[in-house]
Design a protein around this ligand. Sequence first.
Ligand code: 6PG
Length: 234
Amino acid sequence: MLGVGLLLKRFQFRRSEDLYHCAVTRVESIAENAIARDGRFTIALSGGSTPRPLFDGLRRSQRIDWTRTHVFWSDERCVPAHDARSNYRQAFESLLRHVPIPMAQVHPMDGEAPPREAAAAYEREVRRHLGDEGRFDLILLGLGQDGHTASLFPDDPAMQETERWIASVTVPADPPQRLTMTLPLIDRARHVVFLVVGREKSEVVRRVEREPSLPAAQVNPSQGQVTWFVTVEG
Ligand code: 6PG
């Protein structure tokens, strides 16, 4: 069982092209509903390589009103924005520089400041825009081979966080220093969408269903919908 949120949806695809097409449509419909309801759309982008084709698809979208969209990140590596490992750089190069989003509505995490200060500053930024409710319309997440999501890794103390919304963590990956949303913030979202692509991820998807302690399995928005887009073998 993947997650136990209010509603859980899992869509399986043989072809990654089909997965990304459906994921783009999902983001577009969440954006249209948010803007119709609230006059704006707040999204947190995930990092890693998986979302890149999604960003390419969103770049061509005719349904998203970027002038009413605010972009945040679910995690970031503590590197300069020009560093190839930067999640901000990836999103900027493949999406944000191509769409009419006011840069004042793009809210990157600071990968160069001292991590603890950067985490506290980002939490203030999120609270400034979302208030104490802190409800993102959509948080995109990926899945690492060890079951991590965002930069919440198995057995990391940040997994036990109950108050702070953004944490600085040291993780067993390159680069080790990162900033990440914590479960208290992720679980406030209206929608969480996991994108998991590649046959090498099939086993970890099965592990997430069997091991509720894994970070990705812990995502459980009390008033939100978790949707998994996964490719399957064969
Ligand atoms: C990051 C991500 C991380 C990622 C997974 C999957 O900053 O790396 O937020 O959680 O989603 O590690 O990475 P891939 O998409 O590259 O497989």
